[in-house]
Design a protein around this ligand. Structure first.
Ligand SMILES: C[S@@+](CC[C@H](N)C(=O)[O-])C[C@H]1O[C@@H](n2cnc3c(N)ncnc32)[C@H](O)[C@@H]1O
Length: 210
């Protein structure tokens, strides 16, 4: 992370944005369950809000210094901070009820690695579990903000097919000044089975669109 991030990400203004504009929107209609994995927590703006809404939160951070600092905030309680790379998760299949990643994917240098992280999120989610995420949209300002840092914003128009290709279903993508997404791992219920949970799937009894 460059100096710009070092100032912004731990700031109250950033926490306000994540905790009042992003997370309430993403979680309004979903159940996070008991076990949440947060990928790329940084200084913990989302961690602090989410930890009150689940039984256990595992925060996986690739930068050891950032991980150690965040772990120092939560010596006891329900947050476990782990240093590691989200492209290679050390957790078994189906081990989390929910996975969250916020303002993080654009820091992953290639689309292939971003897909690997999303695929790992899918793998560790239990059937019926949910991935929630957000990211900044590409802009000149954002590019300048990332001077000497990784800058690889996701293209929201391709996100649906990327998530579907990985197996996610019941997908909601919102694009305003940022991109927000909610995507479920199929559980075979509600016409959303392992093979038919894509956005374009239509169970037999669903009325044809008028
Ligand atoms: C811009 S910060 C966002 C922090 C926090 N999610 C927020 O919204 O305030 C992105 C974070 O993702 C972490 N990160 C980047 N690549 C990662 C990876 N492959 N695995 C885990 N964390 C990663 C970075 O070290 C950084 O702390």
């Amino acid at each position: 992370m460059n100096e710009n991030h070092a100032k912004l990400c731990p700031s109250p203004e950033w926490a306000e944005h994540i905790q009042h504009e992003v997370l309430p929107y993403l979680t309004e209609h979903i159940d996070l369950g008991e076990q949440l994995l947060e990928i790329g927590p940084g200084p913990g703006a989302a961690t602090e809000w989410l930890r009150h809404r689940v039984k256990r939160l595992t925060a996986l951070e690739v930068e050891p210094e950032a991980a150690a600092k965040l772990a120092g905030k939560y010596p006891d309680g329900n947050v476990e901070v782990v240093t590691g790379d989200a492209a290679h998760l050390a957790y078994p299949d189906d081990s989390f009820d929910s996975v969250g990643t916020f303002t993080m994917l654009h820091h992953v240098p290639t689309q292939a690695l971003q897909n690997k992280i999303l695929a790992e999120a899918f793998r560790v989610l239990r059937p019926g579990g949910v991935l929630i995420g957000s990211d900044s949209l590409a802009s000149n300002d954002l590019h300048h903000f990332h001077a000497d840092d990784t800058y690889n914003p996701i293209e929201p128009g391709s996100l649906l097919s990327r998530l579907q290709t990985l197996g996610f279903g019941k997908i909601t993508i919102t694009v305003d000044y940022i991109v927000k997404f909610i995507a479920h791992k199929p559980d075979g219920e509600d016409g959303c089975g392992e093979d038919d949970c894509g956005a374009d799937s239509a169970p037999e009894d669903r009325p044809e669109p008028a």
